[in-house]
Design a protein around this ligand. Structure first.
Ligand SMILES: [Zn+2]
Length: 157
């Protein structure tokens, strides 16, 4: 073995350790959500599409697909309502007044906070998107399962 090959093993070990920690964290987080809420809605974000944009890399890093799959089966086990919601425009739409005044396009992905020019309310990007996703999910529940008392929206974009 040449001296050049040896260090190549190191990043693999580090990567595996990070991956394990993340999975463990995602397990704990999903369990907490399923125990704490009667309904969980997630945006139907396409991680592969987002990954093509530079900022989307963090979506894959966070193990979003893994998390969503895990969340769904834990919900099924616990009898918690789980639904995917079309999150188109959820990060662009103001969750207060409904105007589409938020950051747009690939360039807008890096903007974490913005102020609606229509109602002057300042939003955290993810929280605002989650509120919009929750609103869509609640509308769906209103037509189907009204007995649930708590809701949670998770959004990554
Ligand atoms: Zn607004």
């Amino acid at each position: 073995m040449s001296g050049r090959e040896k260090p190549a093993r190191l990043p693999v070990a580090i990567h595996a350790r990070i991956a394990n920690r993340r999975k463990d964290f995602l397990h704990q987080l999903s369990t907490r959500l399923v125990r704490g809420y009667g309904a969980i809605f997630v945006g139907n974000v396409n991680a592969q599409t987002l990954a093509r944009a530079q900022h989307g890399k963090s979506v894959l890093d966070a193990g979003w697909s893994f998390f969503r799959t895990m969340l769904q089966y834990k919900c099924d086990d616990a009898g918690v309502w789980f639904d995917e919601v079309d999150e188109a425009f959820s990060s662009q739409t103001c969750s207060c007044c409904g105007s589409r005044t938020g950051p747009k396009g690939v360039a807008g992905l890096g903007i974490r906070e913005w102020t609606c020019v229509a109602c002057d309310r300042t939003h955290d990007r993810d929280r605002n998107a989650a509120r919009n996703i929750l609103a869509v999910g609640r509308d769906r529940l209103a037509g189907g399962i009204p007995a649930l008392s708590a809701h949670c929206a998770a959004a990554v974009d």
